[in-house]
Ligand binder design. Structure first.
Ligand SMILES: *Cc1c(COP(=O)(O)O)cnc(C)c1O
Length: 359
């Protein structure tokens, strides 16, 4: 087993929130993992420290030029153990994001070890209720205080933890209403759409507000050039069931390569479904709907896991999918996915990674 990393203990532990009222990303645990980068030292000072405010230079480059990336994953508790779900995928992806923003890459194995030690310290914070989990948010931002536009020479990485509730607030899946954005775009090929970059979300908020004003939950983005091909939803990748086949847009550089997307594709294939990854135009989708061939639509992402789509609005037309009910394939994928995550089903692929008990 690896060496224990430095641990700075806090004076007093916080009071834990009511497990019946967790929400998403509202409560934070007692500790966080901190890692520092300076050009002359490289990454250094990996340690577990009390969760709390940090001091930052008003000239920190992240605040001005947006050198900031993040990740999101979850830990689950079952049978007295705590598991992470495919955590190596997240550290691999954060390095792709860091590389794109000309930020220094991190040691994936060292950080996974650091995360395990952090979650071990915080295992009492991992909620156990149905659909509940400990949401894990690693992020890196430029801290150097100079206003010249160039890659910063110092960075901070933090991993913070938030006990979170069932995204749906209940047992069953509730279909969402989606607005197809035909004016603004999220990303273009050659840009930063494939990277989990903070600014991608800043660019999406105006559309999100517009959609919410019209009564829709989320935005579906079209490609940035022709505004014709389907890319993804706010923080989810998108899937369609057409003629019994599962179809999802292929990764093209402007779509975020979701780990839930990848896992759902692997799971669907194992369950015997045919999965196609290819260009899907919005016109094709509406034509398939008119022919009765579009039977299900769902989104995938760490926060919501698998989320059925009940309504889709594009220009002047709204279509209702599967009577605004969760489809059979969506439900089956959800049950299998959540079953593996929560330890109720076998995990032949080794997606669950047990957090060891360090003494
Ligand atoms: C994080 C994210 C997703 C989902 O990725 P997962 O790895 O499945 O959580 C999808 N789209 C965007 C834009 C994202 O930022």
């Amino acid at each position: 087993m690896s060496e224990k990393i430095q641990f700075v203990e806090r004076q007093q532990l916080k009071e834990k929130p009511d497990p019946k009222d967790l929400g998403f990303g509202e409560h934070f645990t007692d500790y966080m993992l901190s890692f520092q980068y300076d050009a002359d030292k490289g990454w250094h000072d990996l340690k577990i420290v009390p969760y709390g405010s940090i001091e930052i230079s008003p000239a920190a480059q992240a605040l001005h030029y947006g050198q900031a990336v993040f990740e999101g994953l979850k830990a689950y508790k079952h049978d007295g153990e705590v598991d992470l779900f495919r955590p190596s995928q997240n550290f691999k992806r954060i390095n792709n994001s860091l590389e794109r923003l000309e930020m220094p890459k991190v040691d994936e194995e060292l950080l996974l070890e650091g995360l395990k030690q952090l979650v071990d310290v915080e295992r009492d914070w991992v909620p156990e209720g149905d659909g509940q989990s400990l949401y894990i948010r690693p992020f890196v931002f430029a801290t150097e205080g100079v206003l010249g536009v160039r890659p910063a020479k110092s960075y901070q990485m933090l991993i913070i933890l938030s006990p979170s509730g069932n995204y749906y607030g209940g047992e069953s899946l509730t279909p969402t209403k989606i607005y197809v954005e035909d004016e603004y775009v999220r990303a273009v090929r050659g840009g930063v759409g494939f990277a989990k970059v903070a600014g991608n979300y800043a660019a999406s908020l105006k559309s999100q507000t517009n959609a919410a004003e019209e009564g829709y939950d989320q935005v579906l983005w079209l490609d940035g050039v022709e505004r014709k091909y389907i890319e993804e939803v706010g923080s989810m990748n998108i899937f369609f069931v057409e003629n019994g086949k599962i179809v999802t847009p292929e990764l093209n550089g402007s779509i975020l390569p979701g780990i839930t997307r990848k896992t759902v594709i692997e799971l669907a294939q194992k369950l015997g479904y045919e999965v196609e990854t290819r260009h899907v135009s919005i016109d094709e989708l509406f034509e398939a709907y008119d022919k009765g061939e579009l039977t299900e639509v769902f989104g995938t992402g760490t926060a919501a896991v698998i989320s059925p789509v009940g309504k889709l609005k594009y220009e002047d037309r709204e279509i209702v999918i599967n009577n605004n009910e969760t489809g059979e394939i969506t439900q089956k994928l959800y049950d299998n996915y959540v079953g593996i995550q929560s330890g109720k089903l076998d995990d032949p692929e080794g997606w669950r990674v047990v957090v060891p008990r360090y003494e």
